[in-house]
Design a protein around this ligand. Structure first.
Ligand code: PMP
Length: 299
C-alpha cells in the first residue's frame, strides 16, 4: 500500500498530519458519534444503513453533520479508493468539533469529520473454527434512558470497561447484561442464541446497538425459513442454547463455544451459525455501494 491517506475536514492528509485539536469536544467529552464500516472486494457493505445509523445518532444528540448522506457516501468510497483498499475497515468519526473548555456544545461552531480506511485486523481463522470462550462481566450496559446504546457515540467507556474485564479474565469477548440482568450484547458485537432452530436476539431497547450485521443476519435467517425473534432473555437461555454466536462489522459471525464455563451445544460452531456465516459472506459481496464500476483487483 502506498502512503495512507486520511480524510480530515475536507482534505486527504497523511497519517502524521491527521491531527485534531485538544479543544475538540470529541476528545474532551466523548461528544460525537462514529461508524465502523467494511468493504469486501470493492463493495462497501450496507453503506446506506451505516449512514442512516450515523445520521440518526447525529439527530439524537443534536449534532449537525456538514455533509449530506450522499456526500458522505462519496467521502467513504473515496477514502477507500485513495488507499487502494477494495477490502478494508473504515472508521468514520464526527465529533462536535473545536470549542472551549466548557461542556456546552454551543461553543463548537463546526463538527470535525474524519474517515480512516485500513486493512482489517480481525479474529484469527482458527477462532472461527473453534468458537470463542466468553464470560459475563460485572459492568452493565448503559441504561437506555441514560445514554442510549442505539446512539453510536464516541463515549465508549462502558464498552472499554467491558473489554478490560474480558482481558483480565483471559477471554477475547464478554457478555454484557443490562441494568435488570437481561442479556444485552458484547463489548462491540450483538448476540444471537439458537434453540430448536429458532433464533433470538435482544431488541435495541434492552440495551443493544442495532447492528448492521445483526440486521443482515436476521434478513438471511428469515429468507432461509428460520424463525427469528427480537426477545428479552437471560443468561440461563444463553447457557442452555443449542448455538450462540456474535455478530459485528469486524467479527462478522463468530460462534461462542463456552459462556461462563458452560459448554454451548457440543462445544463447536453449530450448523446454523456456519450456514449463516457462509451466506453472510456471500451477501457482503453484493449488498452495498460499489467502489468501482468495473471489477477492480487490488489486495
Ligand atoms: N454493539 C456494539 C456496542 C458495537 O460497537 C458494535 C460494532 N459497531 C456492534 C454491536 C455491532 O454492530 P455492527 O454489526 O453494525 O458492526
Amino acid at each position: 500500500m502506498s502512503e495512507q491517506l486520511i480524510f480530515l475536514d475536507g482534505n486527504f492528509v497523511k497519517k502524521e498530519d491527521a491531527v485534531v485539536s485538544v479543544y475538540d469536544h470529541g476528545f474532551l467529552y466523548g461528544d460525537g458519534i462514529f461508524e465502523g464500516i467494511r468493504a469486501y472486494s470493492g463493495n462497501v457493505f450496507r453503506l446506506d444503513e451505516h449512514l442512516t445509523r450515523l445520521y440518526d445518532s447525529a439527530k439524537s444528540i443534536m449534532l449537525t453533520i456538514p455533509y449530506t448522506k450522499e456526500e458522505m457516501a462519496h467521502i467513504v468510497a473515496e477514502t477507500l479508493r485513495k488507499n487502494d483498499l477494495s477490502n478494508g475497515y473504515v472508521r468514520l468519526v464526527v465529533s462536535r468539533g473545536v470549542g472551549d473548555l466548557g461542556l456546552s456544545p454551543y461553543s463548537c461552531p463546526k463538527a470535525t469529520v474524519l474517515v480512516i480506511a485500513e486493512p482489517l485486523r480481525i479474529y484469527s481463522k482458527e477462532l472461527y473454527e473453534t468458537g470463542l470462550d466468553i464470560v459475563t462481566v460485572a459492568t452493565r450496559r448503559n441504561r437506555s434512558d441514560v445514554l442510549n446504546p442505539m446512539v453510536k457515540s464516541l463515549n465508549y467507556l462502558n464498552n472499554v470497561l467491558v473489554k478490560i474485564e474480558a482481558t483480565l479474565a483471559g477471554v477475547p469477548e464478554a457478555l454484557m447484561l443490562n441494568d435488570q440482568g437481561y442479556v444485552a450484547e458484547g463489548s462491540a458485537d450483538n448476540i444471537f442464541i439458537v434453540r430448536d432452530k429458532k433464533l433470538l436476539t435482544p431488541p435495541g431497547h434492552v440495551g443493544a446497538l442495532v447492528g448492521i450485521t445483526r440486521n443482515a443476519i436476521i434478513d438471511i435467517a428469515r429468507s432461509k425459513g428460520y424463525e427469528v425473534e427480537e426477545a428479552v432473555f437471560t443468561r440461563h437461555d444463553v447457557y442452555t442454547a443449542d448455538e450462540v454466536f456474535l455478530t459485528g462489522t469486524a467479527a462478522e459471525v463468530i460462534a461462542v463455544k463456552t459462556v461462563d464455563g458452560r459448554v454451548i451445544g457440543d462445544g463447536k460452531p453449530g450448523p446454523i451459525t456456519d450456514e449463516l456465516l457462509v451466506s453472510f459472506r456471500e451477501l457482503t459481496l453484493t449488498d452495498g455501494y460499489k467502489l468501482y464500476d468495473e471489477l477492480h483487483v487490488a489486495n
